[in-house]
Design a protein around this ligand. Sequence first.
Ligand SMILES: NC(=O)c1ccc[n+]([C@@H]2O[C@H](COP(=O)([O-])OP(=O)(O)OC[C@H]3O[C@@H](n4cnc5c(N)ncnc54)[C@H](OP(=O)(O)O)[C@@H]3O)[C@@H](O)[C@H]2O)c1
Length: 262
Amino acid sequence: MSGDRSTTRALGLVTGASSGIGRALVDEFVAAGLDVLAVADEDVCALPDGARYVRADLATPQGNDDVVEAITLEERPVVAAALNAGRGVSGRFDETPLAAHLQLVAVNIVSPLRLAHHLTSTMAAQGFGRILVTSSVAAQGPGPYQSTYAASKAFLHAFARALRYELRDTGVTVTSLLPGPTDTLFFERADMGRTWIARGPKADPADVAREAFAAMTAGKASIVPGSWFLKVESAVSALMPEGVATRLQAALARPRGRDRQT
Ligand SMILES: NC(=O)c1ccc[n+]([C@@H]2O[C@H](COP(=O)([O-])OP(=O)(O)OC[C@H]3O[C@@H](n4cnc5c(N)ncnc54)[C@H](OP(=O)(O)O)[C@@H]3O)[C@@H](O)[C@H]2O)c1
């Protein structure tokens, strides 16, 4: 990882750093020689030397402002940032609380947008930067029973690719990360325990983070981490007729034990 390291270690930022993929990304950033601002709502697990928590509720404007302020107080450029925090909501849209969906939009869409605006402007001015945006394979089409989640990840994937194009002459690259099911707290937090996805095979978050970090540092456009099976499955499902893909996603994400939906 390059950047100005003449007087001090370069700085990285990881959101959603308290667990799962984000926590594993912190290890990757530190192993590459970066100091890390590790953003999370709660500092529940220990961090390696070189990383420190920034406590912020990214669902709020204040939380995002606090992160920008923490970056500014460092008085050194952020050379790499993973916009990774995210949450899910499981169930039929009309049967789940609107507040939960609005919270999801705030964390999964509005927060990355706010932080990316600060990061892209400072990185473009400094002529270097690497940004990783955690989308999902769920971005590839409609996601019944996780409708706002899949839509939020589609937003992030499109947003990342558009930023990447706009910034192509600035030294800043943007990489979209599209993990498949990964063994983290995500499913429990999203109340997805009764779905087929939650009960199926999952990737190790450390492996996901390793592939994601390599793709980000290499400046790649996107990465589907994991086995070749997942990469092929992802490519095939992207080519499926929408009706077939939607029914498949519905079967995987429908909470079991509820009436079949039309
Ligand atoms: N696991 C999967 O199968 C999978 C697949 C594809 C994509 N993803 C995406 O990967 C990313 C990381 O998720 P994960 O699987 O590692 O799940 P996770 O273990 O639940 O981690 C989610 C992280 O997001 C943070 N977060 C959530 N709401 C927040 C808020 N309001 N303010 C600040 N931080 C907040 C959490 O911090 P706190 O604990 O402090 O709230 C936590 O660190 C998410 O964007 C998720 O959508 C996951």
